[in-house]
Write a protein that binds this ligand. Structure first.
Ligand code: SF4
Length: 227
């Protein structure tokens, strides 16, 4: 497996995979980490504390399907969360991920906007959301609020789309400015978009009230992982 880092906080162990099949214009994942390593799933599993929940994030964890499934095999799937862009989440893979919590990004509902922002069509992502729902997964859909790119109107369209599938958990993430694409959203913009999404869905939150990334984290040196 190709990973950028393993970080441990009080409750969570986060593993960041390096590669991704999207090229999001607002991605800061690759810009934060210059170093990455190749490691076998069994070796990686030895460094994951058994008492923590484990977040597999990206990059995109589903690209190396075999590596992902081998790693899952070594861990307690009830403590696992996979954070994914959803592009490769088809019926076959989902059958193998039963019991695992999924965080899926929906970057945009508008096809052209999604293609412009990520380089990929969103048909497979929309289908993945439907599959997660029909297969009864514990999952959350997330959208990054990017002023003048993906803002309140698009978030309302997404919330309406999701409500057509079911009362899906929805989270709005505050954009972190990268490369001059946009500015940092004002708090009131996030609050407004949460309020609007709540017209369609009962469980809407934002990254401001519900942080996914704990402040204190110990990041293990990649070389330590190879010992
Ligand atoms: S899906 Fe995530 S990791 Fe991949 S390019 Fe987009 S923001 Fe970056």
């Amino acid at each position: 497996m190709h990973i950028s880092y393993l970080a441990v906080s009080e409750k969570r162990c986060t593993i960041q995979m390096t590669n991704c099949n999207f090229k999001c214009r607002g991605c800061f994942s690759n810009k934060r980490h210059d170093h990455c390593i190749d490691i076998t799933p069994s070796r990686l599993a030895k460094h994951i504390p058994s008492d923590k929940e484990v977040m597999l994030a990206g990059g995109e964890p589903t690209i190396d399907k075999q590596g992902l499934l081998s790693l899952i095999h070594e861990l307690d799937r009830q403590k696992l969360i996979i954070s994914t862009n959803g592009y490769l989440l088809d019926e076959t893979l989902l059958q193998k991920l039963k019991g695992i919590t999924i965080h899926i990004d929906l970057k945009a509902l508008n096809t052209k906007l999604h293609r412009w922002y990520t380089g990929k069509d969103n048909t497979r992502v929309l289908k993945a959301v439907q599959l997660l729902y029909s297969n009864d997964f514990d999952f959350t859909v997330s959208t990054v609020y990017i002023p003048d790119v993906v803002d309140t109107e698009e978030i309302e369209r997404i919330a309406r789309f999701l409500s057509g599938i079911g009362d899906i958990r929805y989270k709005i993430i505050r954009y972190i400015p990268v490369g001059g694409l946009s500015r940092r959203p004002h708090i009131r913009e996030i609050e407004t978009s949460v309020k609007i999404a709540k017209k369609y869905l009962s469980n809407v939150s934002s990254s401001m009230e519900n942080r996914s990334h704990p402040k204190y984290r110990k990041i293990l040196d990649p070389l330590v992982l190879l010992e």
